[in-house]
Write a protein that binds this ligand. Structure first.
Ligand SMILES: [Zn+2]
Length: 203
């Protein structure tokens, strides 16, 4: 803010609007009252379009992934009755299979976060499932396992730019060597790696 004048009764300040960061995707539709933020596939469409214009290889993940399943997970009645909740925010189940996307979202967690955090969560899971990213060590990054996601437009844009440019601390990839052996019938599935749970502390 800067001081531009005063009158008898009050100082008058003018807000300098914060710079709106550029993105090749127009996100205004997600803040439109008509946007259905419970439609998880809408987030897949945004991610696909964003990857296409943000990544230097211009991938078309919609064509590469012929099977896309994104769904909610709910507490069972028994779990709910015992006062507990699901111990993860979301998970990606087909990280090593480049033709499929399978992502589960804990509905309770989804309902607690705002639209920029929802985008961060979906990009996190697609980061596992599509880009084979592991978890990063930087709490500001989309791929950090337990940090709250950026809750503002600019915060989301900054972190998703690093995400697509592969410029974030502790970037590592999931080990999918077991998967090749598994689909070739040489070994059993590596169950600890099959599901990639992401416990997300959002409090
Ligand atoms: Zn994760």
């Amino acid at each position: 803010m800067f001081f531009i004048g005063c009158d008898k009764n009050s100082l008058v300040y003018e807000e300098i609007p914060q710079e709106i960061l550029f993105s090749c995707i127009d996100y205004s539709k997600v803040t439109d009252p008509n946007f259905d933020s419970d439609d998880l596939y809408a987030f897949w469409d945004i991610f696909v379009a964003d990857a296409k214009c943000s990544m230097t290889s211009n991938p078309d993940y919609d064509k590469l992934n012929t099977e896309v399943n994104i769904f909610y997970e709910y507490e069972s009645d028994a779990l709910f009755a015992s006062g507990q909740v699901l111990d993860y925010g979301a998970y990606a189940a087909t990280s090593c299979d480049d033709s499929r996307v399978r992502v589960g979202i804990a509905f309770r967690y989804w309902s607690d976060i705002n639209i920029w955090q929802k985008l961060g969560l979906m990009y996190h899971e697609f980061g596992h499932d599509v880009l084979r990213y592991g978890h990063s060590s930087n709490p500001n990054d989309i791929m950090h396992p337990s940090s709250p996601f950026a809750s503002t437009y600019n915060g989301f844009i900054e972190s998703k730019n690093r995400f697509f440019e592969k410029k974030f601390d502790g970037l590592r990839y999931l080990d999918c060597s077991w998967y090749e052996d598994y689909i070739n019938g040489v070994s059993e599935p590596d169950l600890p790696h099959l599901l990639h749970d992401c416990s997300i502390d959002h409090n």
